[in-house]
Structure formats: structure tokens, C-alpha cells
Design a protein around this ligand. Structure first.
Ligand code: NAD
Length: 421
């Protein structure tokens, strides 16, 4: 490919460190011969220094007036907009999603940053009546201190932005720890915030995995943790943070159902199903991974679904004709294959896909897959996080709702019907 390697470093107290240290080497998931970025695998000590820098910067930053903080974030949004295409191309090269999806993600990050910037002029409180004479009762919003932003690889531009932008506008300082699978996009995003004019130490970046991450979770100076990622890691973070009463925000996994009832507009339902299940290669927390279909229309839905799935073009995300990119890495590919193989062994029938596509040997590709399953199969209960849709037939809406609700996850769900009642 011959594209340039991105030298990723940590940003601590306004200084870039360890640029190009190759504790982690990120490869292009569409072509593993393309090394995208070496990045440091930060130690607990690196994380501690970043936390201290965020703590040192906190008091001057909280005293910076909120509209001024908002203006810096707005400037970052404008800078990101001016580099939308460059960042989208990098996102595709590093994470694998197709370029149109990458552009959409960068656009979403810009929208969120603009919204958060406006909070600099809206950070109001309330006045409240009181039964005690001559007492004025009011609430005011205060920053909580240095916070940690820990993010996954699947939206490596939008998720860090939706954590950092509001935290900064509200007067907190931030240590950002992105996924080790997407160091290059994280570096670009943080560079843009820095260029927008954040004072040193207000936003810090440490690359790496659980080693740096757990220091952020357990350090007493970190007052709040915003985490997006797997349910398993999120639960462990919640428990660790609770021990020291740190505030926690968690966004975790899903096993999202789409119910299709007999009276639904089937073309519209299947069109939505295809995008929701296979968009971003199914690597979205909000991906539909269960189609729960009334038996009366199951055959029609299945036929349209197979037809739509056949039309999906799998390949490198930077090719204009491609409509679904690779999985993010070898491990994810192995996981997805494991789910489908175990489903077969449990008696589920693969309707379409269930294999690696022909002729795509350089990346981590898997064909869009539909598996006809029973609700008790593992594949119908656990988050697969890949382009695999479980197809479940049910007798009626009551059974559909029971099946939809009998998994451990809850994130999003939809029902296709013409009967709004
Ligand atoms: P992950 O849980 O493996 O990792 C997420 C982040 O946590 C990474 O930065 C990782 O390095 C860090 N981490 C891992 N172990 C840690 C530890 N012990 N202490 C502190 N930090 C630690 O998740 P992932 O594979 O990167 O992302 C995929 C998951 O994210 C899926 O389950 C998906 O559903 C979920 N997700 C949820 C949302 C949402 O909004 N609900 C959005 C996107 C992704």
C-alpha cells in the first residue's frame, strides 16, 4: 500500500512522549501488510503521570469561564470538519469500516462537539422556593475534577469526542485512553483538540490496554470514569470504582432484536434489517443481531434477506464498490467463526454465509451471515459483534416479546408493524 505510518505518542502535560514507540503495532485490517501505526503500550507509571498532569491543570481550567471553554471545543469541531476526509480515510485504514461509514462517524463527532460547545452558554442551575424566610436556595453545576475517558475501537473518533467534549466544556480535565486497536485515529483527534487551544494538561492521552486502563480506574485523583466497551470489562470497572465512590458512566454490549410482525411492510423491514445487522460489519453495540419474525411471514422475510445479503460486496473499505469492510482483527474474526461453528454443532442451520469470502486473503474478512436458530442457542443469546444475524421464528407478538426479552442484554430494540396500537 505504501501509505505513511502514523507515529502515535502519549500526550502528558502538553508534551508528546514516546512518539513511535512500538509497544503496539496496529495493522490495517483490510491488508495486514500495511502497518498503520506503532504506539506505546503505556505503563501504570505513564498513566499516573498523565493523571497528575490532569490534576495540576484542573483548578486553572475550572476557573476558565464556561463560554471560553466552549469556544475551544467549537474550534476543535471546526478543525475536525476541515480535516473530515483525511480523518475518515485514516479511520477506514485503521478500523476497517467503509469510507462512507467513516465519513458519517466523523460528521457525528463534529455534531456532538458543536452541541457540547453550546453547553458553555447553557450550564445553568435552578432557583428553588424555600419555607425558611430570607433564604435564597439555588443549584449550580460544578466540574468534578480529572476524569478518565476509556473507549473501544469500533467508533474511535465519535466515542472519544462524545466523552471528551462535554467533560471539557463542563470544566473537568481529561485523561483519554483509547483502544489499543485504534491508536492512530485517537492521536489525530487529540492533536485537533490540542491545536484548538486547550492549555497543557487539560487533555492527556495515554495509549495502551488494561495496564494503563486499570491505573485510571483505581487512582484516587480520577473522580469520574466514562467507559464504553464490553459488558465484562464495564462491570469490573463499576465494581472497582464503587469501592472509592468514583462516578461512573458505562455504555456496554447489546443483543438487539428486530421484531417483524405479519402486517409489517416487509421491504422496509428487510432493508432496515440489512443495514442494522451488517452496517459497520456488525461491529456496533446497537447492531441488530436477532431477527424475530412471525412465522406467517418468515419465509418471505428470509427470501428477501438472502437476496439482500447476496448483494453485499465484502472487501477493503476504501474501494468504492465495497459495501462491507473486514472485521477489526484476527481475534475478532476467530471469535465470530467460533460462534458460527458452535451454532452449527448445536443444530442451527446457516442460511447464507458462515465462511470467509473467497479471494480475500490479506485481511480479516467474514461473509455476512444469517443463521436459523432457536432462542436458546448461544449465538441467539450472546453478543457476537460481527456480521452475523440470528433468525428466529415465532408464533405471535407475545412469543416475540418473550424471546426478545429473555437475554441478559438490553440496549435497543425495534418492532416492524403497521398496527401502532
Ligand atoms: P473492551 O471492553 O475490550 O475494551 C474497551 C476499552 O477498555 C479499551 O480501551 C480497553 O483497552 C479498555 N480496557 C480493557 N480492560 C480494561 C481494564 N481492566 N481496566 C480498564 N480499561 C480496560 O471492548 P472493545 O472490544 O474495545 O469494544 C467492543 C465492545 O464495546 C462491545 O461489547 C460493544 O457492544 C461495546 N460498545 C458499546 C457501545 C455503547 O454505546 N453501548 C458503543 C460501542 C461499543
Amino acid at each position: 500500500m505504501g501509505e505513511k505510518t502514523i507515529q502515535c505518542g502519549n500526550l502528558i502535560g502538553g508534551k508528546w512522549e514516546q512518539r513511535g514507540a512500538n509497544g503496539i503495532t496496529r495493522l490495517n485490517p483490510a491488508n495486514v501488510r500495511d502497518a498503520v501505526a506503532p504506539a506505546p503500550d503505556s505503563s501504570a507509571e505513564d498513566a499516573r503521570r498523565a493523571i497528575q498532569a490532569a490534576a495540576d491543570a484542573f483548578h486553572p481550567w475550572r476557573r476558565t469561564v464556561p463560554p471560553e471553554r466552549g469556544k475551544i471545543v467549537l474550534r476543535a469541531a471546526q478543525l475536525l470538519e476541515s480535516r473530515l476526509e483525511e480523518v475518515a480515510q485514516l479511520l477506514t485504514r485503521e478500523e476497517g469500516k467503509i469510507v462512507s461509514e467513516s465519513r458519517g462517524e466523523v460528521k457525528r463527532a463534529i455534531d456532538i462537539m458543536e452541541y457540547a460547545a453550546g453547553m458553555g452558554r447553557r450550564l445553568g442551575g435552578q432557583t428553588l422556593p424555600t419555607e425558611v424566610p430570607n433564604v435564597f436556595c439555588f443549584t449550580t453545576r460544578q466540574p468534578i475534577g480529572p476524569v478518565a475517558a476509556i473507549s473501544p475501537w469500533n467508533f474511535p473518533v465519535a466515542i472519544p469526542c462524545w466523552k471528551m467534549a462535554p467533560a471539557l466544556v463542563c470544566g473537568n480535565t481529561v485523561v483519554c485512553k483509547p483502544s489499543p486497536l485504534t491508536p492512530a485515529t485517537a492521536t489525530r483527534v487529540v492533536e485537533i483538540f490540542e491545536e484548538a487551544g486547550l492549555p497543557p494538561g487539560v487533555l492527556n492521552l495515554v495509549h495502551g490496554g488494561a495496564q494503563a486502563g486499570s491505573e485510571l480506574i483505581n487512582h484516587p485523583l480520577i473522580r469520574g470514569i466514562s467507559f464504553t466497551g464490553s459488558t465484562k470489562v464495564g462491570m469490573a470497572i463499576h465494581m472497582a470504582a464503587a469501592r472509592r465512590l468514583a462516578k461512573v458512566q458505562l455504555e456496554m454490549g447489546g443483543k438487539n432484536p428486530q421484531i417483524i410482525l405479519r402486517d409489517a411492510d416487509l421491504d422496509s423491514a428487510v432493508k432496515s434489517l440489512l443495514t442494522a445487522a451488517f452496517g459497520a460489519t456488525g461491529q456496533r453495540c446497537s447492531a441488530t443481531s436477532r431477527a424475530i419474525v412471525e412465522r406467517k411471514v418468515a419465509r418471505q422475510v428470509a427470501e428477501r434477506l438472502v437476496e439482500g445479503t447476496k448483494a453485499i460486496r465484502v472487501g477493503p473499505g476504501d474501494r468504492p464498490e465495497v459495501t462491507m469492510g473486514p472485521l477489526v482483527d484476527e481475534l475478532r474474526l476467530r471469535d465470530v467463526k467460533g460462534f458460527v461453528d458452535r451454532a452449527r454443532a448445536q443444530g442451527a442451520a446457516v442460511v447464507i454465509g458462515g465462511c470467509e469470502p473467497e479471494g480475500l486473503r490479506d485481511g480479516h474478512y467474514y461473509a455476512p451471515t444469517v443463521v436459523d436458530v432457536r432462542p436458546e442457542h448461544e449465538i441467539a443469546r450472546e453478543e457476537v459483534f460481527g456480521p452475523v444475524l440470528s433468525f428466529i421464528e415465532v408464533d405471535d407478538i407475545e412469543e416475540a416479546l418473550t424471546v426478545a426479552n429473555t437475554v441478559d442484554y438490553g440496549l435497543c430494540a425495534s418492532i416492524f408493524t403497521k398496527d401502532i396500537g
